[in-house]
Design a protein around this ligand. Structure first.
Ligand SMILES: [Cu+2]
Length: 168
């Protein structure tokens, strides 16, 4: 009986831990998706993984979000038939690794007001597949294990740290 209970707990944890690890990135943070904001600076230093989500937040009608390719990004030009997201709370799940490009298709917001964002999506956290980016710093295996343990792992590390300080 006891062992089956443990199995159930492990099964529940296996379902919930990945969703805890998934991150929702609000593009531009409090600023949201707007004109004259440096989205490249915003994206720098962040790690986007498969399973994470991008949220573009803005006043509906003022802006939109169009997924483009590298050329479309350079030229601020949406491909023919591209569908713009327009809700003002556009959530984009990052479903596969690689480069992604997004622009605002309203007026000259992309060309003149810097409403363009490019990110590189890495493979899922905890998955054995390596990232597509060759210049990415390799993550030590121990860090991966801590990530897999999720919040419990961090609590253990924190307790160990506190105990360590008390002992000294
Ligand atoms: Cu715009």
């Amino acid at each position: 009986m006891a062992s089956s209970k443990i199995c159930i707990i492990i099964a529940i944890a296996a379902v919930f831990v990945p969703s805890i690890l998934a991150t929702e990135f609000v593009v531009g943070d409090e600023t949201g998706w707007t004109t004259n904001f440096d989205y490249q600076a915003w994206a720098q230093g962040k790690e986007f993984h498969v399973g994470d989500k991008l949220v573009f937040r803005y006043s509906p009608g003022a802006h939109n979000v169009i997924r483009v390719d590298g050329t479309g990004f350079q030229q601020c030009k949406a491909p023919d038939g591209a569908e713009a997201l327009t809700t003002g709370e556009d959530t984009i799940p990052l479903t596969y690794p690689g480069k992604k490009w997004y622009i605002c298709g309203v007026s000259n917001h992309c060309e003149s007001k810097n409403m363009k964002l490019t990110i590189t999506v890495l493979s899922e956290l905890g998955s054995p597949a390596t990232s597509p980016s060759p210049n990415q710093t390799p993550v030590p295996a121990s860090t991966g294990n801590i990530a897999l343990l999720g919040c419990c792992g961090w609590i253990i590390v924190a307790i160990a740290g506190i105990l360590g300080m008390v002992m000294v």
